[in-house]
Design a binder for this molecule. Structure first.
Ligand code: C2O
Length: 540
């Protein structure tokens, strides 16, 4: 196994998109940032040097960080942010993990431009479970604003209204031919007729599930969230923010140019969203000069296609090691809500009837601490930063398919953690509340991957639904879309001590509080069970 040293200089650089140049936070001057390529078992040592004018931290999405929460990155959770002019070195080892992961800023909305691919290949000499093509490409789907992303966030947070929709979607940072001033830089992916290539699709968009397709070409899914899947062939892929999907594409069409394209899958009703389409070009060698064809993409509100796609994803193994007995059976409602304003005329209160939009799990709208990170406060025994009274089930059960009284729309705010015993076998049923709108919530758990044993529409039924769970070959993921107006059930063993964020990967929902943190410890305290904190760990 190798040790890879990298320097990530985080710094504002001029980036031109959609006819205008913006001062954009980049890594090493690149947008998207550098691709990291390593092997299973390797160690990464990344010195993040903050030359930007904002606090920032970096997260390695999908890396389990076993016993090593210090390298996980979410600001105010496992570390204080890196202040301007300072640096912090992330050091971690890939332990039994391979596939497509990615890294991104985990500070306010800076991940809009601060992200890159993290590709983990099998150990030397150990094969892929499919014929691995010679040619492969990361396909990072993103969302671009003609404004500073922090101003866009402020609008979402402080006005309590819906965030501004983006000005473009992007593929590897480029909007593509359908947007103004963009066609010169449209991404091109070269292929030879007859060859098969691997696309590593990563949804790094802040706030949008996306459909992706390639004109005239079928895609064979072989991996999702850095876990191999039973191969299946499809003409369209749906990726939620945070998720990754690897597909094989056979260049079996007549030599030419073909668009690959992505656009919104938007399950929320009456939600404003960016309805534009980003494109890149799959270009055969010796292509004819015919203009490229656009692929067919499902309608933005086509939830059936999205759900059908998600339920086709199954682990490659014929039988996986999913916990069959459960120690902690948790039920989490996820959804939006409204907070009453004392002064409804304040600019922060642009939600319906002078309210502020909020989001919650079990009716607790998560508040990130400011004085310290959760990990540091815990280790130092600093009181008053968080409590551990997060409710394992919602305070009141109700019908989650809409039409509930406004009284139930109001979350309480707090920094509440849920304690889990080290080694506990955990099941969490995530139930969309359908409050404000039924909507898909891509839920991401730090520090773990989990088995998705079931998904369904409507209210989860604890007496009949578990009988239908897939305990044979459920997918092993780090981000699962809770179906709009439905539920998803996940299982994992709490075998990684630390404090781990669980949150909706739609940043507007995260900003409104759709998060909690799991505190996993073995009874003797975290200090004994996790690695020592690095000496350069930032302080608040
Ligand atoms: Cu990819 Cu908490 O994030």
């Amino acid at each position: 196994a190798k040790v890879h040293f990298h320097k990530f200089v985080i710094e504002a650089k001029p980036v031109k998109r959609l006819c205008r140049t913006h001062s954009t936070i980049t890594v090493n001057g690149q947008f998207p940032g550098p691709t990291l390529e390593v092997r299973n078992g390797d160690t990464l040592v990344i010195k993040a040097i903050n030359k930007a004018q904002y606090n920032i931290s970096l997260h390695w999405h999908g890396v389990k960080q076993l016993r090593n929460p210090w390298a996980d990155g979410p600001e105010y959770v496992t570390q204080c942010p890196i202040q301007p002019g300072r640096s912090y070195t992330y050091r971690y080892t890939l332990e039994n993990q391979e596939g497509t992961m990615w890294w991104h800023a985990h500070s306010r909305w800076l991940r809009a431009t601060v992200y890159g691919a993290l590709i983990v290949r099998p150990e030397k000499g150990s094969p892929y479970p499919f014929p691995m093509p010679k040619r492969e490409f990361p396909v990072m789907l993103g969302q671009w604003w003609d404004r500073n992303p922090l101003d866009v966030q402020k609008q979402a947070l402080f006005t309590g209204g819906a965030p501004n929709v983006s000005d473009a979607y992007t593929i590897n940072g480029q909007p593509g031919d359908l947007y103004r001033c963009s066609n010169k830089e449209t991404m091109k992916f070269p292929v030879r007729a007859g060859e098969t290539i691997l696309l590593r699709i990563i949804n790094s968009a802040l706030n949008q599930e996306l459909y992706f397709a390639v004109a005239n070409h079928k895609l064979t899914v072989v991996e999702a969230d850095a876990s191999y899947t039973k191969p299946f062939t499809t003409s369209v892929v749906m990726v939620g923010p945070g998720q990754t999907t690897n597909v094989l594409l056979k260049a079996d069409q007549s030599p030419g140019q073909y668009y690959m394209a992505a656009r919104a899958y938007e399950s929320g009703q009456n939600q404003a969203f960016d309805n534009t389409t980003t494109t890149a070009i799959l270009e055969y060698k010796s292509a004819s000069s015919r203009p490229p064809l656009l692929p067919q993409l499902p309608a933005f509100n086509d939830t059936n296609t999205a759900s059908a796609f998600a339920s086709q994803v199954k682990s490659l193994k014929s039988k996986v090691n999913v916990p069959t007995k459960i120690d902690d059976n948790l039920f989490f409602t996820v959804g939006l809500g409204l907070i009453n304003c004392t002064n409804p005329n304040s600019p922060r209160c642009q939600g319906p009837n002078g309210t502020r939009l909020a989001a919650s799990i079990n009716n607790v709208s998560f508040v990130f601490p400011r004085r310290n990170s959760l990990m540091q406060a815990y280790i130092q025994g600093q009181p008053g930063v968080f409590t551990t009274d997060f409710p394992p089930t919602p305070p009141v059960k109700f019908d989650y398919t809409g039409n509930v009284s406004r009284g139930l729309w109001q979350p309480t705010r707090g920094t509440k953690l849920l304690k889990l015993k080290f080694g506990a076998r955990v099941q969490i049923v995530l139930q969309d509340t359908s409050i404000v709108t039924a909507e898909e919530h891509p839920m991401h758990l730090h520090g773990y991957s989990f088995y998705v044993v079931g998904m369904g529409t409507g209210n989860f039924n604890p007496s009949t639904d578990p009988a239908k769970f897939n305990l044979i070959d459920p997918p092993y993921r780090n981000t699962i879309g809770t179906p709009p107006g439905g539920w998803a059930a996940i299982r994992f063993v709490a075998d990684n001590p630390g404090i781990w964020l669980l949150h909706c990967h739609i940043d507007s929902h995260l900003t409104w509080g759709l998060a909690t943190a799991l505190l996993v410890e073995n009874g003797v305290g975290l200090l004994q069970s996790v690695q020592y904190a690095p000496l350069d760990l930032p302080r608040c």
